[in-house]
Write a protein that binds this ligand. Structure first.
Ligand SMILES: Cc1cc2nc3c(=O)[nH]c(=O)nc-3n(C[C@H](O)[C@H](O)[C@H](O)COP(=O)(O)OP(=O)(O)OC[C@H]3O[C@@H](n4cnc5c(N)ncnc54)[C@H](O)[C@@H]3O)c2cc1C
Length: 405
C-alpha cells in the first residue's frame, strides 16, 4: 500500500459508525480517494456485530443532547436505508412495563421524557397490557410504537457495498499501529504498511482512547469495557411476545435493565446485564487481556466510578454468576419463564467512556485537530444513529480545505 498515494479521506474502524462516515464522505465527494481500514478479517466484528438489534426511538435521552437528536433522525434514516437495500426491519414497538408502585410513579417521568423527545407514548392499564401481551404482567405500561428491530451487521455490510460502488476501498486485516499528523497530511502506520491521507476520521469503538493517544491527542477519558451477557429463549417457547419488553429503569442506574428483545431472525434474546469486561474484545466468559484489565484497574476514573456504583456492580456480578438471579429480573414481568428457557448466547462488550472524575460520558464526543476527527464516544444507540452521526462527521470534515498546506 506504500505507493506514494495520498488519500483524501481515510477512516479507521469498520464498525457501523466508521462505515457510515466513509459512505457519506464518498457520496458527497465524488472522485475523492477514500479508504476504510479495519484490523479484523471481517467488518462489524465488535460492537456493531454484538448488539441487541434495536432501532431505538429515543425514550430515555436528555432532550436536546446530540444523542437524542441523532437517535430521533436515526430511526427514519435506518428504516429508509433498510428499504433501499431490501434489508429486513420491523417497527414492532416497545413496551416499558411497571411492576410495582414505585415503577408506576417513575413511568410518569419517563412518559414526560418521551414527549420532550418528540414521542407520543400510549399509556396502557394492566388489563390492556395483558390483552396485547398475554405472557407479560404488570401494573401498567408505556407503549412506544416507533421502536423497531433490524440487523446492524447486515446494514454495515450494505454500507461497505455503497463505499466500494463509489470507488472507495476497504482494507481488512489492517491494524493501525501509529498515527503522525503533519501540517500537510496524516501518516498512518498499519500492519500492511504506511498510508497517507489529507483527512483522518477515527471510529475505533472499544479502542477509541488508545487511537486518540496514539495520535497525540490529550485524553481526559478512558474506555472502560462493560460486558453485556445475554441468554436466548429456548425455541420451544415459540414467539411469546410481539413487542420488545423493557422494565421501567431506575434513573439512578446507568443501564436500562434486562429486557426481552425480538431479534430480526425470529429468536428472542434476554438481557443484557452489565459487568466489567476483563478484555475489550474477548467474548468468552473466561477471556482475559492483562493489558486491557491493567489499563482499567490503573485508571483512577474507574475507581471513582466504582465508588459511586458499587452496589449495582455487586448485583450485576451476582446476576452474571447465577442464572437463577438473572432469571428473576425477567420473571418480574414475564412470570412464566423458567431456568430451562434460558439458553446460552453470545455476549456483547460496550465501550463505556469514563471521564477522569469518574463520570460516565453518555453523549457523543468528538475530538478534532487540523487534519483529524476522532469519534471518541459513540454509545448506544449509535447503531440506530449511525447515519446522522456519519452526516455530522461528513459535514465537519468535508468543510475543511483538503489541499496540502
Ligand atoms: C451489548 C450491546 C447492545 C447494544 N444494543 C444496541 C441496540 O440495540 N441499538 C443500538 O442502536 N445500539 C446498540 N448498541 C450500541 C451500538 O452497537 C454501538 O454504539 C455501535 O455499534 C458503535 O459502532 P462503532 O462503529 O463506533 O464501533 P465498533 O462496531 O466497535 O467498531 C469499531 C471498529 O474499529 C476497529 N478498530 C479498533 N482499533 C483499530 C485499529 N487499531 N486499527 C484498525 N481498526 C481498529 C475495530 O476492530 C472495530 O471493528 C449496543 C452495544 C452493545 C455492546
Amino acid at each position: 500500500m506504500a505507493d506514494g498515494r495520498v488519500y483524501d479521506f481515510l477512516v479507521i474502524g469498520g464498525g457501523i459508525v466508521g462505515l457510515s462516515c466513509a459512505m457519506q464522505l464518498a457520496e458527497r465527494h465524488p472522485g475523492a480517494a477514500i479508504a476504510v481500514v479495519e484490523k479484523e478479517a471481517a467488518l462489524a466484528s465488535h460492537q456493531t456485530g454484538h448488539n441487541s438489534g434495536v432501532i431505538h426511538a429515543g425514550v430515555y435521552y436528555e432532550p436536546g443532547s446530540l444523542k437524542a437528536r441523532f437517535c430521533a433522525a436515526g430511526v427514519d434514516a435506518t428504516i429508509a436505508f433498510c428499504r433501499r437495500h431490501k434489508l429486513p426491519f420491523e417497527q414492532c414497538g416497545k413496551l416499558l412495563v411497571a411492576t410495582n408502585a414505585l415503577e408506576l410513579e417513575r413511568m410518569d417521568g419517563l412518559e414526560a421524557r418521551c414527549r420532550q423527545n418528540g414521542l407520543s407514548p400510549i399509556r396502557l392499564s394492566a388489563g390492556e397490557l395483558t390483552d396485547r401481551e398475554p405472557a407479560i404482567t404488570g401494573l401498567g405500561a408505556l407503549l412506544v410504537e416507533r421502536t423497531g428491530i433490524a440487523d446492524y451487521r447486515a446494514i454495515a455490510l450494505a454500507m461497505a457495498d455503497e463505499i466500494r460502488a463509489r470507488g472507495g476501498e476497504i482494507h481488512l486485516e489492517t491494524g493501525v499501529l501509529a498515527i503522525h499528523e503533519a501540517d500537510d497530511a496524516v501518516t498512518v502506520e498499519t500492519s500492511q504498511g504506511p498510508l497517507r491521507t489529507r483527512m483522518l476520521v477515527v471510529c475505533a469503538g472499544l479502542q477509541a482512547d488508545r487511537l486518540a493517544r496514539m495520535a497525540g491527542i490529550k485524553t481526559d477519558f478512558r474506555i472502560v469495557p462493560f460486558r453485556g451477557e445475554f441468554y436466548k429463549l429456548a425455541p420451544a417457547r415459540g414467539r411469546i411476545i410481539d413487542h420488545l419488553i423493557y422494565p421501567i429503569p431506575d434513573p439512578a442506574l446507568p443501564f436500562v435493565g434486562v429486557h426481552l428483545t425480538r431479534m430480526i431472525d425470529g429468536s428472542i434474546k434476554i438481557g443484557p446485564n452489565a459487568v466489567l469486561a476483563r478484555a475489550r474484545e474477548g467474548y468468552g466468559k473466561a477471556d482475559i487481556s492483562l493489558r486491557d484489565l491493567g489499563d482499567t484497574l490503573r485508571y483512577p476514573g474507574f475507581w471513582k466510578l466504582a465508588g459511586r456504583h458499587w452496589k449495582s456492580g455487586i448485583t450485576e456480578m451476582r446476576n452474571s454468576l447465577s442464572r437463577a438471579a438473572y432469571l428473576e429480573l425477567a420473571r418480574k414481568y414475564c412470570p412464566s419463564l423458567t431456568l430451562d428457557d434460558l439458553l446460552p448466547y453470545e455476549a456483547g462488550i460496550r465501550a463505556q467512556v469514563v471521564m477522569e472524575d469518574g463520570s460516565m460520558q453518555n453523549d457523543f464526543m468528538l475530538r478534532e485537530t487540523k487534519r483529524m476527527l476522532h469519534v471518541c464516544c459513540a454509545p448506544s444507540p449509535a447503531a440506530t444513529s449511525a447515519i446522522p452521526i456519519g452526516a455530522h462527521v461528513a459535514d465537519r470534515v468535508g468543510a475543511r480545505d483538503l489541499n496540502p498546506a
